[in-house]
Design a protein around this ligand. Structure first.
Ligand SMILES: [Zn+2]
Ligand SMILES: [Zn+2]
Length: 335
């Protein structure tokens, strides 16, 4: 018992190794840019001032979003999704899944749950003893159920989900800008070094590695950022991209896609002035989400749309309506 507790604690410490590596690389890149590159190599004070100013804006935004993604704990489902002691007792008394399933179905009627297991059963977490809300998954590293779980990021040692997805996207964006700024400003000096015009070996090494490491990270971040922009526009999580969510009628990959604008405001919020900053502004409670077909039926009833094209257009208009309403549950009432 004591041994397993010690092993668990050691494993938790090991999870911080990638985070430490990232922090050390960032600290070194800061030093290499500010001291050897700006202070030692650059001769023009105007250039020095402009470069340092731009660099520090990127660095502050990048560090802020990195810290917010890292330090924001994942959200877990509210108590209403947890089994009461009487329900739990009833559930434990039954032996097979066939017998347990109707109990969960009965409890889930009070909750707004639409996603199912592939076999059609209610999604239940045995570790946390709760009915999983839509888009919620259990993370074996964090040992909890995470709302709108996207993935567990080892480089941040945190789950990316409803509580910090906006911060994660901004972290990707600002880290890419940080790398691109370094590449754009350091490359002329890098070429001079390459041609052998500068001789200080220590400065040379810092600038060479700074350019190479930034280029390497920029390529990786570019792919990752564009992938997440596509996920954001189509309202999917990485887990939903890997495994299509199931509903009562079967799988539906586009189930949560309610139009690009509404998808964007679900994560970034309605107040556009908050979009560039890593402060929480996502819509909803992370437990219930508007579904594409509910939006369609709502818009069709409003607009008397007919045919497929009318439906497509009305989804977009209904999305705008959701942005105005703010509270997703209202759309179900009006729909
Ligand atoms: Zn769980
Ligand atoms: Zn996790």
């Amino acid at each position: 018992m004591l041994l397993s507790a010690c092993l668990r604690r050691c494993a938790r410490l090991l999870y911080w190794i990638p985070v430490t590596i990232v922090i050390m690389v960032v600290m070194w890149s800061y030093y290499a840019y500010v001291v050897p590159f700006c202070w030692i190599l650059l001769s023009s004070s105007t250039q020095k001032g402009v470069f340092l100013c731009l660099f520090h804006v990127c660095f502050v935004m990048f560090s802020w979003s990195f810290w917010k993604t890292l330090s924001t704990p994942p959200s877990s489902p509210s108590v209403e999704f947890q089994l009461s002691s009487s329900d739990s007792l009833l559930y434990e008394q039954e032996r097979g899944d066939m017998e347990k399933s109707p109990i969960l179905l009965e409890i889930s009627k009070k909750l707004s749950v639409h996603t199912r297991k592939a076999a059609g059963a209610i999604r239940f977490c045995h570790h946390c003893q709760l009915i999983k809300p839509d888009r919620c998954h259990h993370c074996s590293v964090c040992q909890m159920c995470v709302l709108k779980m996207d993935h567990h990021c080892p480089w941040l040692n945190n789950c990316i989900g409803f509580s910090n997805y906006k911060f994660f996207l901004l972290f990707l964006l600002y880290s890419l800008l940080y790398c691109l700024l370094i590449i754009a400003t350091v490359t002329p000096t890098f070429i001079q070094l390459w041609l052998g015009k500068l001789f200080d070996s220590c400065v040379k090494l810092h600038v060479l590695f700074l350019t190479l490491v930034s280029a390497m990270f920029a390529v990786t971040l570019c792919f990752l950022l564009f992938f997440h922009i596509w996920l954001l526009a189509s309202n999917k999580t990485t887990l939903e991209w890997l495994s299509v969510p199931f509903f009562v009628d079967g799988p539906a990959s586009e189930a949560f896609d309610v139009g690009v604008r509404a998808n964007l405001s679900q994560v970034f919020g309605r107040n556009k002035s908050l979009w560039p900053f890593p402060v929480f502004s996502s819509q909803g409670d992370g437990q219930s989400f508007p579904l594409r077909w509910q939006m369609s039926s709502y818009s069709l009833s409003v607009m008397n749309g007919n045919g497929h094209r009318a439906m497509e257009g009305s989804v977009e208009r209904a999305s705008q309506r959701v942005s105005q309403l703010g509270d997703f549950r209202k759309i179900w009432i009006t729909g």
